[in-house]
Design a protein around this ligand. Structure first.
Ligand SMILES: [Zn+2]
Length: 103
């Protein structure tokens, strides 16, 4: 079961990395707009930046979760050492803390 989850996580990391590289492509292209459009582009850049940092954070969480799987402590709260409930893991498979510690 862990193996399956691990390949899901790996798949998700690949997707996120592809998303980041397409964000970079967007940054690189389409710079010939006049000043009015540039204002819109700057806003767009902010959105893309936010998306990129979100994706990076998620990658970090997922790769941490994979490391914990490798170490055999996946699903264990990193703060108190209790098991994280299955329900919580279903909603948030990369959760690092149990519901009590996360709050
Ligand atoms: Zn805890």
């Amino acid at each position: 079961m862990t193996e399956q989850l691990k390949s899901q996580f790996t798949q998700r990391i690949i997707e996120l990395q592809q998303r980041i590289s397409s964000i970079h492509k967007d940054f690189a292209g389409g710079r010939d707009a006049d000043w009015a459009e540039q204002a819109g582009e700057r806003e767009n850049e902010e959105v893309l930046n936010a998306l990129e940092s979100e994706a990076k954070i998620e990658i970090q969480h997922l790769s941490n979760a994979i490391t914990r799987m490798d170490n055999g402590n996946y699903g264990v709260c990193q703060a108190c050492g209790d098991d994280i409930s299955q329900q919580r893991l279903q909603v948030q498979p990369a959760a690092e803390k149990c519901i009590q510690c996360a709050e």
